[in-house]
Design a protein around this ligand. Structure first.
Ligand code: NAD
Ligand code: MN
Length: 498
């Protein structure tokens, strides 16, 4: 939904550079800067700080100093401030969407969803915190017992480049609501909207409550997870780095939340309206440029309708408009960078070598004036579920199609991956839909409408897709610790211990 007059990309003014946001302001980076570019054109947008140990240390110190006051702020006040953050995000969304669009290369129209979800996160947790502490104490033999929730302290949060503002909101909102302070490390490939958001927070939150240190993963990221004075680790990104973060948490006995991607099945039953199902399936594998952890990347299609479905899926793929990211009619735009672009193209070679059939797509296309970008056709590949192309997260607009006949077999196939983040089902039969949903190893199951995100709904993964849940009250638990206080009315009688 459009709320303000449309901005033109040329009206966006960036700061000359964005050092780390520490103690309520952008400060000079101690290790220099990294160029921040438009993913589609390669044009320089600005520079971001190349965060290192010194910057992280300053940020953690600021967060630690702010913790005492923030953790003692009343929930009414915290809630009000978080609603103010949501209002501010809402008021600035057109500008931030364009910034994020240019930075990531994703199509501008998609960011309406990103910002709707990001704003929800702040509103949801502003509200959820108000009844979070309701609970009962109970009488004991000579007194009573109560439990309370306390914040953890300084939270280290590391996010990826695909949906910067959704990630920022989903990490910050529950941590702030629960009374923690934050050091966030956004991704080096796309964080300008997050840095601009930091500037907006400076007028809302007390100094030091939120700190943002940009930089590379092996420098700023590593320094953050290794910092001795942090109390919680939260990470979204690849399984490889997720393991490293989890290992660090294990060594240091820190609570950890991990969200690590997926290879989500999208099961098509034969009873559906094929045209509508094709529409839903196409959205499921092309939205977010395919750069989404919840992508519906494995279509499992019933034999009775397989041929017609796949034919229509190909026809639909031809209609997906590839174009400049900032053009609102574009539906598929540029992959984040050359490395990811080449990685996707390489998967097409892997597919061919393992005997899969590329039915449509499989090429990089050129968009005039955007030669730097990796624009990749929606790609449909007929594959066996056991092939690498159907097992590994590609992070591009790529879907495999596989035939099934027997319901038990398709459930087995759907679950036969290391991941378990999301799944889709398309059928008009309620019993089949719910029975299948029950049997899928996935944190979110979307029946007849892919990407059906709702505020307050738990989000997270089974198996290698991660540990913990976000977006709901479980996230408040993940940013809190419980304390039991047992009260006796009197001290024991002398001589009680015989
Ligand atoms: P990544 O895991 O390397 O990066 C994610 C974040 O972690 C970034 O902020 C990065 O700087 C940081 N990081 C990297 N190394 C670190 C370290 N040693 N210590 C601390 N932080 C570190 O992901 P990527 O290289 O950007 O993408 C690679 C693949 O990961 C993608 O192709 C995709 O399959 C997957 N991915 C998943 C998600 C998701 O939402 N789950 C998001 C992005 C990428
Ligand atoms: Mn960029």
């Amino acid at each position: 939904m459009r709320t303000m007059a449309q901005l033109n990309p040329s009206e966006i003014k960036f700061d000359e550079k964005y050092g780390p946001f520490i103690n309520g302001q952008l400060v000079e980076a101690t290790n220099g800067y990294i160029n921040s570019i438009n993913a589609a054109t390669g044009a320089a947008l600005s520079k971001i700080g190349r965060g290192g140990k010194e910057d992280i240390d300053l940020a953690v110190k600021a967060a630690r100093a702010a913790f005492q006051e923030w953790s003692n702020t009343t929930i009414e006040k915290r809630s009000a401030l978080m609603n103010k953050i949501a209002d501010t995000l809402e008021a600035n969304q057109e500008r931030l969407k364009l910034i994020e669009c240019m930075d990531t290369g994703r199509a501008l129209h998609e960011f309406d969803l990103d910002y709707e979800l990001a704003i929800y996160q702040f509103r949801y947790f502003a509200s959820a915190i108000l009844n979070y502490y309701e609970g009962a104490s109970r009488p004991t033999q000579n007194g009573y017992l109560m439990t309370k929730k306390e914040p953890l302290g300084v939270c280290a949060q590391i996010i990826p480049w695909n949906v910067p503002m959704i990630m920022t909101a989903a990490k910050m909102a529950p941590a702030l609501a629960a009374g923690n302070t934050i050091v966030l490390k956004p991704a080096e490939d796309a964080c300008l909207s997050v840095m601009e958001f930091g500037k907006l927070l400076a007028d809302i939150l007390p100094k030091g409550v939120v700190n943002i240190v940009p930089g590379y993963g092996n420098e700023a990221g590593q320094a953050l997870i290794d910092h001795p004075d942090i109390n919680k680790l939260t990470f979204t990104g690849s399984v490889g780095v997720g393991r490293l973060v989890g290992k660090t948490a294990g060594e240091r006995i820190l609570p950890v939340t991990l969200e690590l991607g997926g290879k989500s099945p999208h099961i098509v039953f034969p009873d559906i309206n094929i045209d509508r199902a094709v529409e839903n399936a196409t959205l499921g594998y092309t939205f977010f440029n395919g750069e989404s952890c919840v992508l519906g990347s494995r279509l499992l299609i019933h034999d009775d309708i397989y041929d017609e479905f796949v034919e229509k899926l190909i026809e639909r793929a031809k209609q997906v408009k590839i174009g400049p990211p900032t053009d609102r009619s574009t539906r598929l735009a540029s992959i984040i960078n050359e490395k990811q672009g080449k990685r996707i193209l390489n998967y097409f070679e892997i597919a061919k070598n393992e005997g899969a059939q590329i039915l449509y797509g499989g090429n990089r296309v050129t968009v005039p004036g955007h030669e730097h970008g990796y624009f990749i056709e929606p790609t449909i590949i007929e594959a066996e579920n056991s092939m690498r192309i159907a097992q590994e997260e590609i992070f591009g607009p790529v879907v495999t199609v596989t035939r099934w006949k027997d319901i038990d077999a398709v459930i087995k196939m759907a679950n036969a991956v290391d991941y378990g983040l999301a799944a889709g089902i398309m059928t008009e039969n309620l019993e089949k839909a719910l029975d299948t949903a029950n049997k899928l190893e996935a944190g979110s199951v979307w029946i007849n409408s892919y990407f059906n995100f709702q505020s307050g709904a738990p989000f997270g993964g089974y198996k290698n897709s991660g540990v913990g849940r976000e977006h709901n009250k479980e996230a408040l638990d993940a940013y809190s610790q419980s304390k039991t206080i047992a009260v006796a009315y009197q001290l024991p009688q002398v001589g009680q211990f015989k």
